[in-house]
Design a protein around this ligand. Structure first.
Ligand code: ZN
Length: 258
């Protein structure tokens, strides 16, 4: 029987000095013991340290995962997750085999939140450039990035732990399964799709085409050269319907498929 515990094993960090190293070792140890692949449900294996790309792999479905974690005093996940170098991150998410991401927050030596974001939900827009390090810094001019969770549709934020509550494994798998159909859409088509998905996030389960059109000016400000915003919206809704994310109930009316 699978069971998850939220506490870290602090013994694994005893020989490490810096708090950041301790945190890295404890969070990775935790994920390899308690985590599972949200795509197929099997165990995760930890890669050897310092691999440039992924930290974890599922040897059954061959999915790769990168773990980012942060300490959070109040345990909440916040809107941004600090990541590494901006250029590397952009390169990685636009590549063919970009990894999936786990984002973890911890507090009092235990996990408070763990989200998996599937690779096919990342767009460059979700990656926010940070200010270059100042001239006095050791790595002067280095530009890091934040991952902005508010730029990622809710359906692409698969919680395994939410505010200290463990999410049932079957729900995690079915939440992933629901959006798995969007996997084959490549990065060039992903931007509009994610935009329309995020608009739908604001709407109730049952919604109308006109309600989605109400985001037209918002989308227009993002794509000022596009004269066919409404057509683009309809095209994306059709795609989401073909991918079983929403269903068409009657003329101009849609429903989210749960
Ligand atoms: Zn798997």
């Amino acid at each position: 029987m699978y069971s998850m515990e939220l506490d870290f094993n602090i013994d694994v960090a005893i020989t490490y000095r810096s708090n950041s190293q301790k945190a890295r070792v404890m969070t990775e140890d935790w994920l390899s013991r308690n985590g599972f692949c949200p795509i197929c449900g099997n165990v995760l294996s930890h890669f050897e340290a310092n691999r440039p790309v992924a930290d974890f792999i599922c040897k059954v479905c061959c999915s790769e995962f990168e773990l980012k974690s942060k300490h959070s005093k109040n345990g909440t996940i916040g809107k941004n997750i600090t990541d590494g170098a901006y250029d590397t991150m952009i390169q990685r998410i636009t590549s063919q085999n970009n990894p999936n991401f786990f984002f973890m927050t911890h507090n009092n030596l235990a996990v408070s939140n763990l989200i998996m974001i599937p690779n096919h939900f990342f767009t460059p827009e979700a990656i926010i450039k940070r200010k270059p390090l100042s001239v006095t810094a050791r790595r002067s001019g280095w530009v890091g990035c934040n991952v902005s969770l508010s730029n990622i549709p809710e359906s692409g934020q698969i919680f395994l732990v939410k505010d200290g509550q463990i999410i049932n494994k079957d729900s995690v798998l079915s939440n992933y399964n629901r959006i798995a159909s969007l996997r084959n859409i490549d990065i060039s088509g992903r931007g509009w799709l994610m935009d329309v998905l995020r608009c739908i996030d604001f709407l109730e389960n049952d919604f109308t085409l006109n309600q989605v059109y109400s985001f037209e000016s918002l989308l227009k400000s993002k794509y000022p050269n596009n004269q066919f915003i409404k057509d683009k919206i309809r095209q994306q809704l059709q795609l989401l319907r073909d991918k079983d994310i929403i269903e068409f109930t009657s003329r101009g009316k849609y429903k989210k498929i749960k």
